[in-house]
Design a protein around this ligand. Structure first.
Ligand SMILES: *Cc1c(COP(=O)(O)O)cnc(C)c1O
Length: 371
């Protein structure tokens, strides 16, 4: 079928994300330096908005023990990308998903006896032994068995002939906020493992996300599950300098005008000029995932080697920037929305949220370009 635009070259995107796959590998090396054991690369939510297939293909040759995903849709996309690294499902699964999980030998974590029994039946029906991990709730409150139920749970799991208990894992809710609690969690996880028969009973023992990996001794754990740090952002202060920026979000100046004093800018007229103001309109907005909540909080963009403040509210497809006095700024200029010069952490802070959310909210309209 001929497109309506067949007579015209494709128009360039208004906003795009440049993704540096070399930086991703450098960050992986930083993770390995912090903990030389095995590594599960967490690639849920489209590899934190970086593009699941490309990130999985890039990391596939890097001796990753598992890819950590949120659901079977993500697991399928990794396989369809031609990547055969084992896949670990980080959260509870739907009953309807489990036959597919068994058929593909994806690894679920088990939080209830009912789940375990269904996996066991499905594995028996398919003539297999499915590898599973025992999930332990040491404080996250999101999944896993609580400590009191564990001895019985383990005994029950080990009676299920078509399951192979390959690992045990738990999760840290506040490794970037509460060191004392996190240390006690490591200690509690250790004593739980001892109570269950000791570390030798499990091939894989894992607790740490990025903050746990960077900030703590792994103790009895032999596997970590970093996500955010692979994408170049440290959840803990003091490690950011070691990491390299992976995603640079960019757009362009679409329009330049000088507005007179007393002129409102954007919805709600929250900003009104007090002097003649040269305003650059930039082709990105919250419809691309740039957070509208930065409006009025002093967020800036990077243009021609300098920072320029955003004026008024971010709109769906466009935002306005004060370029008064910057005579070199021109229509068509490339603008860094965040990246090496405007840290994504700064945007998250000004939006009152976290970097994980900023990354995962970048919408499909933003073209991902890989370098
Ligand atoms: C998302 C997630 C991670 C990765 O966390 P980061 O803070 O991004 O490193 C690790 N483990 C589990 C269970 C997760 O859900």
């Amino acid at each position: 079928m001929t497109s309506v635009n067949a007579a015209f070259p494709a128009s360039p995107p208004r906003a795009w994300a440049e993704i540096d796959l070399g930086a991703l590998k450098k960050n992986l090396a930083v993770a390995r330096e912090a903990f030389p054991g095995a590594l599960m690369a967490v690639v849920k939510a489209g590899a934190y908005g970086h593009g699941l297939e490309e990130i999985a293909r890039t990391l596939a040759g890097e001796d990753i023990v598992f890819f950590g995903v949120a659901n079977v849709g993500e697991a399928r996309r990794i396989r369809n990308a031609g990547v055969y690294t084992p896949i670990y499902l980080l959260g509870a699964t739907w009953a309807e998903e489990r036959a597919e999980i068994v058929a593909n030998d994806w690894t679920p974590c088990i939080s209830s006896i009912a789940e375990a029994e269904q996996f066991n039946r499905l594995a028996a029906a398919q003539g297999k032994r499915l590898k599973v991990h025992l999930a332990v709730d040491t404080g996250m409150g999101r999944g896993g068995f609580v400590a009191d139920d564990l001895v019985n749970a383990l005994r029950h799991l080990e009676s299920l002939e078509n399951l192979e208990l390959e690992g045990i894992g738990s999760h840290l809710p506040s490794a970037d906020e509460d060191e004392a609690f996190t240390k006690s969690q490591f200690a509690r996880f250790r004593s739980i493992i001892d109570e269950l028969g000791g570390p030798a009973r499990f091939k894989w023992i894992h607790l740490s996300n990025s903050a746990g990996l960077l900030g703590y001794d792994q103790g009895v754990c032999n596997l970590t599950r970093p996500g955010l740090m692979l994408y170049g952002v440290s959840p803990l202060p003091g490690f950011q300098e070691k990491l390299s920026t992976v995603m640079t979000l960019k757009s362009r100046v679409t329009l330049l005008r000088t507005l007179p004093a007393g002129h409102g800018i954007s919805y709600g007229r929250q900003f009104v000029t007090t002097q003649p103001t040269r305003v650059a309109t930039v082709g990105i907005g919250y419809g691309d995932g740039y957070p509208r909540h930065v409006s009025g909080n002093g967020a800036a963009v990077w243009l021609r080697g300098r920072r320029f403040p955003i004026l008024g509210r971010v709109t769906m497809d466009q935002l306005m920037v004060d370029v008064t006095g910057a005579v070199d700024v021109m229509e068509g200029d490339e603008v860094e929305i965040f990246g090496p010069n405007i840290p994504v952490a700064e945007i998250a802070e000004k939006a009152g949220t976290i970097v994980w959310e900023i990354f995962t909210c970048i919408t499909p309209r933003v073209l991902r370009c890989y370098v």
